[in-house]
Design a protein around this ligand. Structure first.
Ligand SMILES: [Zn+2]
Length: 362
């Protein structure tokens, strides 16, 4: 039982407190400036998901995936002011290949294909003439996708108890208070992420959705761009349409042929729908449990120019030899402060997280 108003110490909460503390101290001690010449690399690729107005709900475990339009515009202005080149993925590819590092560069990317990118990010990007990429999971645009992290959020938000079979045992979890909901979300989210196969994870989520009457497909319709909406972006030379697989699986948990088909087929579906063949790929989820050496090799075989992970980091000249394993800097909704963006782009935070290694491509 947690007294009302007390700050619960969920694992995620604790972790974000530590990360925030690290970003703050790097900023306020000036360490990010001192470290910068050694760690800033040659450029960076930013990861975004949603750009939309803040919502009042107190239970928003996926809020890290969204920034507000106001913060987004401030980031664009910061980038413009700081004198970096804002470039497309093709230009990132060219600069890495040709070792053209005369000017620092930043590339903006959006994963999944949410409608709010068209509504709230696109007008600001167009006005400032900033190129950007949208990585489309084709089942989302086809209205057949499973945004399972939102299913889990909805089930916990709308219920006071959840029954679930875990390791062959029926368990019941209480999720009456905000603190219980947050703790349960963390527990079940990471338990699902640890399932040995993608099919295992999806079976649990489908059971939960059926049992607690959550319409899985509705999330696609409500939140993701249709092909018609994507066509508006695809027609703009500022926009690169990238591939993000068909079903948005954790590729490393699929058999090899299935992983290859997910990457290859999504490219063909996008080409059929939008008449552009994606040359750039983003691995769904994108951490090392979702994309590793096998996936990097498949992406190379399939002929993608670049493929991005969510492994945190800025770009170094060495990434020329690891174009299928590019790191990114996530603009996380839990850290909407320009000073955090400055610290992240300085490379100092990710250098510390990565033990000062430039490339993490294994
Ligand atoms: Zn994604």
């Amino acid at each position: 039982m947690v007294p009302p108003g007390s700050k619960e110490t969920s694992v995620t909460g604790l972790r974000s407190t530590i990360i925030r503390g690290g970003l703050e101290s790097l900023y306020f001690t000036g360490a990010h400036l001192a470290l910068r010449p050694f760690v800033e690399g040659v450029g960076a690729i930013l990861t975004l998901h949603h750009v939309r107005p803040p919502r009042p709900d107190r239970f928003q475990p996926n809020r890290l995936l969204e920034v507000t339009p106001r913060f987004f515009v401030r980031v664009i202005k910061l980038l413009r002011r700081s004198g970096v080149d804002l470039v497309s993925l093709d230009e990132v590819y060219r600069r890495l290949r040709e070792r053209d590092f005369r000017r620092r560069f930043v590339c903006l990317t959006f994963d999944d294909g949410y409608r709010d990118v068209l509504q709230f990010a696109y007008p600001a990007l167009k006005e400032a003439a900033v190129p950007f990429a949208v990585y489309v999971a084709t089942s989302f645009a086809d209205r057949l996708g499973e945004l399972w992290w939102l299913v889990l959020e909805a089930v916990i938000a709308r219920n006071e108890h959840i029954g679930l079979q875990i390791d062959g045992r029926n368990r019941t979890f209480s999720c009456r208070t905000l603190a219980e909901k947050r703790a349960l979300y963390d527990e079940l989210y990471w338990w699902l992420r640890r399932r040995p196969t993608d099919a295992d994870m999806r079976a649990v989520v489908r059971d939960l959705a059926a049992c607690y009457r959550v319409d899985i497909a509705a999330f696609c319709k409500d939140l993701c761009m249709s092909w018609e909406e994507l066509a508006v972006l695809a027609a703009d030379p500022l926009v690169t349409i990238g591939a993000h697989t068909v079903h948005h699986p954790m590729l490393a948990k699929l058999p090899t042929e299935a992983a290859r088909a997910e990457m290859d087929l999504s490219r063909s579906v996008i080409e059929a729908a939008l008449a552009v063949r994606p040359q750039h790929l983003s691995y769904p989820v994108g951490d090392r449990t979702s994309a590793g050496a096998r996936e990097f090799a498949i992406a190379a075989e399939l002929g993608f120019k670049t493929a991005v992970t969510t492994r945190p980091g800025v770009l170094f000249p060495e990434h020329r030899d690891h174009l299928m394993a590019l790191p990114r800097i996530s603009l996380n909704g839990d850290y909407q402060r320009l000073r955090y963006v400055r610290v992240l782009l300085s490379g100092s935070a990710t250098a510390m997280w990565n033990g000062f290694r430039h490339v993490e491509a294994a």
